[in-house]
Design a protein around this ligand. Sequence first.
Ligand code: HEM
Length: 583
Amino acid sequence: MASLGYYEVLLALACFLFLAFFATTDGLPWNWPLLGTLPSLLCNVHRIHDRCADALSQTGGTFLLRGPWFTNMDMLSTVDPANIHHIMSANFLNFPKGPQFLKIFDILGDGIFNSDSESWRSQRKLARLMVSNHRFHRYLAKTTQDKVDKGLIKVLDHVSKQGLVVDLQDLFQRLTFDTTCILVTGYDPGCLSIDLPHVPFSKAMDDAEEAIFIRHIVPESIWKFQRWLGIGHEKKLRNARATLDHVIGKYISMKRDELSRGIKSNDEEEDGVDLLTSYLNEEGIESDDKFLRDTILNFMIAGRDTTSSALTWFLWLVSTHPDVEEKIREELKSTIPTEEANKWRLFGVEEISKLVYLHGALCESLRLYPPVPFQHKEPHKPDTLPSGHRVDPNMKILFSLYAMGRMKFIWGEDCIEFKPERWLSERGTIKHEPSYKFLVFNAGPRTCLGREVAFTQLKLVVASMIHNYQVQMVKGHTVAPNVSVILYMKHGLKNRVVEGLIPGSCKIRKRGCSSSSSSSSVLQNYRFKRAILVGKPQGSRSSTLIPSWRTMAAALDSPKYAPSQSGGGRSRPVSARKLAATL
Ligand code: HEM
């Protein structure tokens, strides 16, 4: 995804300042005369998330980053839940998205992400109505199940049979791009197929996000000048915008045409309906092309990358924590009839709604690897935060969601451990954590509208993958977070996927998706929950410590991740062209 290109060269030039930075005694970013903390930030940009977490844990959760004197870039970084509650909920009106956000995200037009006040309120009301509609939920279930079955499983089957290495992050990005586009517009761009095609619409969204990220780290005057000259990321952004406008415009006119001719792409009552159709059919709302273009793009940005990022980190965590993987498998088996436990199968919406441990594991993964790693706000009027810090309209307030998950004062001494049990109550139900502590889906009146949509998609995908396959990390592959508006893995997630690995059993492949459950599965479910709670005492330290980036490479050299006998010799990264050629 987002690479820094020639900015990296510029950043490298600033690295002579690096030594001085490390010479500080308290380990906090050094405040340079005139330049503020910018040199320290630039020198650490490649590990900005961990650097932020270090600095925030040393300062008790809040510190001020001084920008260069001429740039108006002072930033208060905070992970203090009291401050977050104040900004997101208690004093919400004083912290709008603000003009700066609008400038940086101008590609989103007047959509929900970019708007404040009355425009935001009316869009949110409408969007909530559309997203919570039962016909949309039916469409969500059908679309995701279809994509898993006819897209993801097809590719996984192919790579597992051929013993190929596949980048799961790329597959998940393709999967969620397709599902989000279908959910929003009703049209399938066909990104996830066995030949891994190049899709300009998807590429345009990648380029746009990369340019938006760059706008966050360089002074406004510089990116505006580049935009004026039409060079660098600004040029990419301009081209991306043209592609997005073209493709979305085409979808809107196709849909208008279909609706005017009374063509239905599916049985709406049975299969549900996409968002664009709902917006066009809704009486009494403005639905000109500009409004629809902004709405589609905002939903695409909201749903696509967040969900694929969540899938990628989750699969990696599960594949490196066999005890968690085993518990998820057991829980999956416990929700289906006993005779189906060792058979190949996909999962239905009704089944995944019962998965408590899986839900906890997903929350735990989102806590440690939030898809949106940073958020920022600007106060409308001067204010004093509960931590005592003064903020004014010339200042940005930055929340590092990544750092939040690593604060002992928020999550306890074991905060860096991957422990799904953290989310389970004594009774075996999901423990609720307040959103100003678990900020992954935002907090207050602007809370994410797609939370349920995301959990449904995540569970449908991972249940089918974990029940039917085993994911094995490739030896020597380094896992590290990138630096962008979405938290992806810098080098992707290179894996081999092996079919049907329930120990001691041979899975029988039988297509079809059952959503029924028998009394025996209810009993199994009860036993499973009990086993989680009784078998492993709460707070017990298992093998769930998150490996640091430095130790990851070493860990991957261990025999556990070595290629298996069957496919090891043939393991290799697979390019789109090669994959197609093997067919
Ligand atoms: C794991 C998946 C997801 C995560 C982590 C996530 C996270 C977030 C976050 C952090 C925000 C606040 C952004 C901001 O104000 O700048 C947000 C807002 C939003 N999300 Fe999500 N999201 C996810 C999936 C989805 C999906 C699938 C949809 C759509 C179906 C969606 C729809 C929205 C919308 C419409 C907003 C704007 C709310 C507002 O401003 O009132 N999200 N989400």
